[in-house]
Structures are given as C-alpha cells and as structure tokens.
Write a protein that binds this ligand. Structure first.
Ligand code: NAD
Ligand code: UDP
Length: 339
C-alpha cells in the first residue's frame, strides 16, 4: 500500500525541527488559556497569530499584547476554515467553549469547533509542516471509575447526556489528531488539560472558581452544587501554560495529562475562598448538574518523567492571585463582578 503521507492534497513538504520557524498560530487565543499562551510564546521570542471569533473570549484579554512586536490578531471562526499567510512552525488548537455554562448554551458550535474546527486546524499544520498541539481535556475521562486518572484510562462518558457535546467533541478531536499523525506523519501532540484557573477568567463564565470568587467579593452566598463532596484538582494558569509549552516543544505525542494533582472538594474550595477573601458570605446548596463527575485528579507521572514538569504554585498562592485579579476588575468596573 502506498504511503498515505504523500497523498494529502495540502502537504507543502516536511519541515525539520531545525528549519521550523518560530511563528505560532493559537486558535482561541483571545480566551482565558489562549491569551496566557500567546503572551508566554511572545515572551519566549515567538511571533504569534491569535485566531478567534470571540464567542466566549474577549478582545480585553489580548489588548495588552497588541503593541507587542510579532503579535497579530485574526477574527475568524475556525469551524469555517483558517487561512494564515506565511510560514508557521506551531499550531495550537485551543478554540472551543470550555465552561459547562458556555458549552451547554452553544452545543452545536462546541461540536462543530471540536470536529470541523479540528480538521481545519490540522490541515493548516499539515500544509505548513508545523507541529500541532491539541487542547484536549480531563473531560474525556467523564465520570471516572479509575482514580486518579492515568492517560491509559479510556473514560466513562455519556454521549447523549448534556456534557456529551463537549466530551465527545474532544474525544473525536483526539481520534482525528491521532489519525493525522499516523496517516500524514503530522508532528502532533495531545494535551489533556485538567481544571485550570487564574486571571482573565470571565467572572460570569459559570465555572466554580470564578463563581465562588465573584460571589464572595460581592457578599452573596457561594452556590455549591449537590452536597459539595465532588472533587476537582485545580491548576494555576502559569503552571498549566508552562506544562503546555514544554509539551509543545517536546517530541512527545501524548496524550499527556497536564494538571495539578492538588484535589479538593467543592465545599472545601468554597470555604477556602470565603477565608482567603475575608468575606461574610455563606454557602448555599443548589442542585447538582446532570452527569457531573464525582471525582477528578490527574496522574501526572508521564508529564513529570517526560517533560520534567511539575506545578509550582500552591493552591493558596494561585487562588490569592486570582482573587487579586477579580478585585482589580471590581475597582475598574464595579458592576462586572457579579454572578
Ligand atoms: P475560553 O472560553 O476562555 O477560550 C476559548 C476561546 O476559543 C475563546 O476566546 C473563544 O472565543 C474561542 N473560540 C471558540 N470557538 C471558536 C471558533 N469556532 N473559532 C474561533 N475561536 C473560537 O476557554 P479556556 O478555558 O481558555 O479553554 C481553552 C481551551 O482549553 C479549550 O479548547 C478548552 O476545551 C481547553 N481546556 C480548558 C480547561 C480549563 O480549565 N480552562 C480545561 C480543559 C481543557
Ligand atoms: N460547581 C459548583 N458551584 C458553581 C459552579 C460549579 O458547585 O457555582 C461545581 C460543579 O458542579 C462541578 C465543580 O464545581 O462539580 C467544577 O465545576 P466547573 O464548571 O468549574 O468545572 P467542570 O465541571 O467542567 O470540571
């Protein structure tokens, strides 16, 4: 059988690592994680093209980067295609609604960017001879029956439950990335990102940490869903970005868990945020969303062994920095930080 690598209509030619230009395309670059990635790559001396349709991201997240040399912004919906003139060394596919509130409001868009959008981002990488990094998620493990979760665990996802639009889009994007790697020889890697938090999260994006901080700062009850005993393992954004860039610069195909194994129940997290903000707020219990995973914790043995990466920020330090950011938002736009 002929080598399928030669059959892809878009291949311009293989680029060796030595010849690879430092220009990076970041889809979803105006989002929470994407904007930090753009900034970090610029700090490392790369040119960066941010591609975003601003469906959940914001121009404010990248405003401070606009004057940086080598930074370009393209408004485009990756699900419809992505064309970037000139050489590209890296394609980082981060475009996708990520908060449950966002993807439940945008189910078709989420499935579309995970499927069509991933085809387009992969085609761009093949066309340019670029290295490709997929932003996958711990959600591929669903409501896990193995704890903590190693990369070898296949997951427990309900495809027709409300979260299926996100989980299955990401599982499909992993399968597609793997097929491009084996079929076209694409230098591609899959990162499974666990719950990440920090400055530039939208106060109204609906995830637990921005909700709890915004509620604590405005003296409202913190809305803990269910009995609050479900756990997440939370990673400060600077640590997450360091791990993702280390994976990007490596030759490892993944999938690789990138997250902080620091596990906490949502009730304890709410109490900790009340304590750190010095708020008078109380905890209020609301119904648990359908299919909400009971536990989640990354096994990061692989990342630590292959990349020498481990998270550096303690939970207290990361939360304090995030609280400071939300406070600064409140002082610049007092009406903004409410939920
Ligand atoms: P976010 O919503 O802040 O950022 C997503 C960005 O993608 C936004 O700027 C949005 O406008 C853009 N986008 C969405 N659809 C698009 C489209 N069709 N075309 C162009 N741009 C589009 O979310 P985030 O938390 O920064 O997540 C970024 C990526 O990381 C997502 O792929 C998400 O699945 C993944 N991830 C994040 C976490 C986390 O804890 N933050 C965890 C696991 C995986
Ligand atoms: N959660 C909560 N209160 C909120 C928002 C979320 O108790 O105001 C819970 C949610 O049910 C889940 C956990 O916090 O068990 C983490 O939710 P998040 O949306 O941050 O992330 P994900 O569910 O995608 O891991």
């Amino acid at each position: 059988m002929a080598d399928q690598r030669e059959l892809h209509p878009l291949v311009e030619g293989q680029t060796s690592d030595e010849a690879r230009p430092g220009r990076a395309v970041v889809t979803g670059g105006a989002g929470f994680l994407g904007s930090h990635l753009c900034e970090h790559l610029l700090d490392l001396g790369h040119e960066v093209v941010c591609v975003d349709n601003f469906v959940t991201g914001s121009p404010d997240n990248i405003e401070h980067l606009r004057s940086r040399r080598g930074f370009t912004v393209m408004r485009a919906d990756v699900s419809h295609g992505v064309t970037v003139p000139g050489p590209v060394g890296y394609v980082l596919h981060f475009a996708s609604p990520a908060s449950p509130v966002d993807y439940l409001r945008l189910p078709i868009e989420t499935l579309s960017v995970g499927s069509r959008g991933t085809f387009h981002a992969l085609d761009l990488a093949v066309h340019k001879g670029a290295r490709f990094l997929l932003a996958s998620t711990s959600e591929v493990y669903g409501d896990p029956s193995v704890h903590p979760q190693p990369e070898s665990y296949w997951g427990n996802v309900n495809p027709v439950g409300p979260r299926g639009v996100y989980d299955e889009a990401k599982r499909f994007s992993e399968a597609l990335t793997t097929a491009y790697r084996s079929t076209y020889g694409l230098d591609a890697s899959i990162a499974r990102i666990f719950n990440t938090y920090g400055p530039r999260m939208r106060p109204d994006d609906g995830r637990a940490i921005p909700n709890f901080i915004a509620q604590a700062l405005s003296g409202k009850d913190l809305t803990v869903f269910g009995d609050g005993l479900q756990t997440r393992s939370i990673c400060f954004v600077d640590d997450e970005v360091a791990g993702l860039v280390a994976l990007l610069m490596s030759h490892h195909p993944g999938p690789m868990n990138i997250g902080n194994p620091d596990e906490i129940s949502m009730l304890d997290l709410a109490r900790k945020i009340i304590e750190l903000t010095g708020s008078e707020s109380k905890v209020a219990f609301d119904p648990l969303p359908v299919d909400d995973p009971r536990v989640r914790q990354p096994d990061v043995t692989l990342a630590s062994r292959e990349l020498g990466w481990t998270p550096q920020h303690s939970m207290t330090d990361g939360l304090q920095r995030t609280i400071d950011y939300f406070r600064s938002l409140r002082s610049s736009a007092p009406g903004l930080v409410t939920t």
